[in-house]
Design a binder for this molecule. Structure first.
Ligand SMILES: [Mn+2]
Length: 172
């Protein structure tokens, strides 16, 4: 079962339209990790599951989300409320008591996928304003594939092409 994770468009609405149109009906859920700078009432959020970012002004966005379906238990937050720009320590504390498989955030604009404390932490990077080692890709998002024994995370570029060196497998 596949899930789309995307974040930090900062006003670049068209890329969300393109990606939603591309993936709608092909993934189980689409997570939007904040800093769209759009309204919660935007029709994109009929499809994308959002949380509030530090650059979002609409208080109708939730701070975070506990998501569960028959394949996946996931916690989603932007990251500024737990200061992920400094470290993942506070976020690790927040999710420690939670029965979740995956923790996803944005905010840093730096992509990442790593297993911490038995949970898979995924940051899709920013699709519009990437920073860090992979900023040269000009923006990324992630596809999470959930299997009974494994997770796969593949990062993609704005033209919806997989980045060959950015595919990761984790045993559950
Ligand atoms: Mn941001």
């Amino acid at each position: 079962m596949d899930y789309l994770i995307i974040s930090d468009t900062h006003g670049d609405r068209q890329i969300l339209v393109d990606i939603v149109n591309h993936y709608q009906g092909h993934v189980k859920s689409m997570f939007y990790n904040g800093d769209s700078e759009l309204k919660r009432s935007d029709e994109l959020f009929d499809t994308l599951l959002p949380v509030i970012g530090n650059m979002d002004t609409d208080p109708m966005f939730p701070d975070d989300r506990d998501y569960q379906d028959k394949y996946l238990k996931l916690y989603q937050t932007h990251g500024h409320l737990v200061h992920t720009e400094l470290s993942l320590n506070h976020l690790r504390e927040v999710v420690a008591p939670k029965d979740v498989d995956v923790v996803t955030s944005g905010h840093t604009h730096m992509l990442g996928a790593e297993m911490i404390d038995g949970k898979l932490f995924v940051n899709p990077g920013s699709i519009s304003l990437p920073k860090g080692t992979y900023a040269y890709l000009k923006g990324t998002y992630a596809l999470l594939s959930v299997e009974p024994e494994q997770f796969h995370v593949q990062f993609y570029t704005r033209d919806m092409q997989p980045v060959p060196e950015l595919v990761f497998e984790f045993n559950r």
